[in-house]
Write a protein that binds this ligand. Structure first.
Ligand code: C2E
Ligand code: CA
Ligand code: CA
Ligand code: CA
Length: 280
């Protein structure tokens, strides 16, 4: 045992140790953040490309860290996922977003009821009490389940676990909508996705990036679009930034779009003002 201890001492890597300390600090801070309610939800509009009207919003969590300011979800969601803290954080985001949408719907800002899209990480998606959590929140907020869209990635579905299948079945029974996020970046195929009741494909920003002025080649987007439509799914293009990208997506019959060209994610008070102003 002594020899082993020595050997361990020799492979000790100070850089790795530093990383571990930072990770531990982040975890400690995240636990505090949950208790002290340091999270916010920002809202980014999703726009019907044929009418330029807002049909709903995606809820995107923000962490207002007391020392560091706004911390990106890209930094803390993976840690939250690994430590299981994603469960309380995710439940909070879902409740907050459903509450907010219900308030907006009651204000009758649009003819068609707005939808809210909420991200679910892989771990949330296999969490046994997810459905219970969703039921509670829908009941509390009195939100129509049609208005809720859950965004999951291809890997959450490819996982193919019994629990994921059961969750999808329960969501469908409640008429909650399902979107595949970052479509095209994972390893799923459209024919495999066809086995699941999916309403919407969100084409990843990396595909939209390629639709630029100089580029004639539209990449995989036309094929994705026509197959999605054939299968009865609609398509959202993510991360639209330029008028060229927007024009090409419209020409390709893309249903919806999201991106800085319309608006960045905003706090609720600012996001709702977008509905009453023309976006482009
Ligand atoms: P995502 O679900 O793919 O969200 C889209 C990300 O792209 C958002 O980053 C959004 O701000 C950004 N974005 C939107 N339009 C544009 C654009 O035109 N240009 C560029 N450069 N970026 C654009 P954000 O808010 O930093 O979120 C990052 C990721 O964190 C999300 O990617 C999602 O995977 C995760 N996330 C965010 N909120 C939640 C949450 O409440 N729960 C879970 N589980 N994950 C979340
Ligand atoms: Ca998303
Ligand atoms: Ca995405
Ligand atoms: Ca993403």
């Amino acid at each position: 045992a002594k020899a082993l201890g020595k050997a361990r001492y020799h492979v000790f890597d100070p850089a790795m140790h530093q990383g571990a300390i930072q990770l531990l600090q982040l975890e400690t801070d995240l636990r505090k953040a949950i208790n002290q309610q340091e999270f916010l939800v920002y809202y980014q509009p999703i726009v019907a490309l044929s009418t330029s009207k807002i049909i709903g919003f995606e809820a995107l969590v923000r962490w207002h860290h007391p020392q560091r300011g706004l911390v990106s979800p890209a930094e803390f969601i993976p840690v939250a996922e690994e430590t299981g803290l994603i469960t309380p954080i995710g439940a909070w985001v879902l409740r907050e977003a459903c509450q907010q949408l219900r308030i907006w719907q009651e204000q009758k800002l649009t003819q068609e009821p707005l939808t809210i899209s909420v991200n679910l990480s892989v771990r949330q998606f296999s969490q046994p009490n997810l459905i219970e959590q969703i039921d509670e929140i829908l009941e509390e907020t009195k939100l129509n389940p049609f208005s809720l869209k859950l965004e999951i990635t291809e890997s959450a579905i490819m996982d193919n676990s019994e629990s994921a299948k059961a969750i999808i079945h329960e969501l469908k029974r409640r008429k909650i909508q399902l979107s595949i996020d970052d479509f095209g970046t994972g390893y799923s195929s459209l024919s495999y996705l066809h086995l699941f009741p999916i309403n919407t494909l969100k084409i990843d920003k990396s595909f939209v990036n390629r639709l630029d002025k100089s580029q004639e080649d539209m990449g995989l987007i036309p094929a994705i679009m026509s197959m999605a439509h054939t299968m009865g799914m609609d398509v959202v293009a993510e991360g639209i930034e330029t008028p060229e990208q927007l024009a090409k997506l419209k020409a390709l019959n893309c249903d919806f779009g999201q991106g800085y060209i319309f608006s960045k994610p905003l706090e609720s008070k600012l996001a709702v003002q977008l509905i009453t102003e023309p976006l482009r």
